[in-house]
Design a binder for this molecule. Structure first.
Ligand SMILES: Nc1nc2c(ncn2[C@@H]2O[C@H](COP(=O)(O)OP(=O)(O)OP(=O)(O)O)[C@@H](O)[C@H]2O)c(=O)[nH]1
Ligand SMILES: [Mg+2]
Length: 339
């Protein structure tokens, strides 16, 4: 895809390389280098540097993908399924495979068929839905078969929201099926990939990594790097269930307070990283922790999840009224229970 006249791009994140301004993205000391300093630091020292970019630029990239007739892999994180899948679907009329990644973080008891059925019921109009785990190398062979079946040309685009694991998936495919030694940059922070990156797997398959759309409402954008690592589960989640009565509460780290203000005895099961501490209050009336945060009241129906964007979700069995205290910029929504 690149030609002699095009500027040289970083092989890790796609940013245009430059040796003029250390403060600007894409900086390298010598144009002989293949990856930018930011990628170099992430790969070698695990030192992360946050980049904030507008989605406008990313949406334009997706629009160019939409103009091709090529197959698209839409990657999403099972723990952080977006509320609305139409944003990407509307931009991309392409043939599409929906790839549900990070199966490893959900409890093993969760049935794949159930997850697929759940997504099918949401009418996303894709050719196929598949559950994978990059970390556990799960179903990657099957995904490759599906790609071969549906691809319309050599080029296959990989899209989705930031942090879904797009670059991780491509790295896995390189590792399993290619002699190519290129490695894309991956990180737990949002906005790792900054531009399209072309990866030749073999003479029949060319994967194109893209920057993820940023969820402004993800909690990952509103906490420091240490917490980002704590919030992003690397292992199977052990669900934590609490039986709460009216006027009882749960506090997760110092991030979120969940007051159960109205309803009969209820069951709250937390699907969040095992590393996060949860405190239970037996009476909300004599504790004001985190009440300085923004409060929103939710009426949950029977068998719904309360999703905290970027953090995970809480399965609530019965209907009731819940007050949530959390950073005002973090998005919360309810949905029919996933599990
Ligand atoms: N537990 C688990 N974590 C995963 C899996 N795949 C990717 N991750 C993690 O998810 C985080 C994001 O991965 P990336 O590959 O950088 O995600 P991306 O979609 O390319 O993100 P952007 O480039 O920011 O759009 C990293 O911390 C990965 O280690 C998986 O199968 N299981
Ligand atoms: Mg990426």
């Amino acid at each position: 895809m690149s030609s002699e006249n095009e500027p040289k791009k970083c092989l890790g994140c796609g940013v245009i390389l430059q040796d003029q301004n250390i403060l600007q993205e894409g900086y390298i000391t010598s144009l002989e280098n293949d990856i930018c300093q930011r990628c170099f630091r992430m790969k070698n020292y695990g030192e992360y540097q946050v980049v904030t970019k507008s989605n406008e630029e990313y949406l334009n990239i997706l629009k160019t993908v939409g103009k091709t007739k090529d197959l698209v892999l839409y990657i999403t994180d099972l723990l952080n399924l977006e509320e609305d899948f139409t944003q990407i679907r509307e931009l991309l009329p392409n043939k599409m495979i929906l790839v549900l990644n990070k199966k490893d973080v959900l409890p093993k008891s969760v049935k794949e068929k159930k997850l697929i059925k759940y997504l099918e019921d949401r009418n996303i109009h894709v050719e196929e839905i598949i559950v994978i785990s990059c970390n556990k190398n799960y179903n990657i062979d099957y995904l490759l078969k599906i790609i071969k079946y549906y691809q319309t040309s050599r080029n296959v685009y990989v899209v989705g929201h930031t942090n879904a694991g797009k670059s991780s998936l491509i790295n896995k495919l390189i590792k399993n099926y290619s002699t190519n030694t290129q490695e894309l940059t991956m990180s737990p922070l949002p906005s790792t990939t900054l531009n399209m990156v072309n990866i030749e797997i073999n003479e029949y398959l060319n994967l194109i990594d893209t920057p993820g759309l940023v969820d402004a409402g993800s909690i990952l954008n509103h906490v420091d790097e240490k917490l980002v690592k704590k919030i992003s589960p690397r292992k199977e989640i052990k669900p934590r269930t609490y039986q709460l009565r009216k006027n009882q509460s749960l506090i997760i780290e110092n991030l979120i307070r969940i007051d159960y203000v109205e309803g009969s005895k209820n069951s709250f099961t937390l699907y969040i990283s095992n590393d996060l501490k949860v405190k239970r209050l037996l009476n909300i009336l004599n504790n004001n922790d985190l009440k300085e945060l923004n409060k929103t009241t939710y009426n949950v129906k029977y068998d719904e999840d309360l999703v905290i964007s970027g953090l995970g979700f809480i399965k609530i069995v019965n209907k009731g009224v819940i007050d949530i205290y959390i950073d005002k910029d973090v998005k919360i929504f309810t949905r029919k229970s996933l599990i």
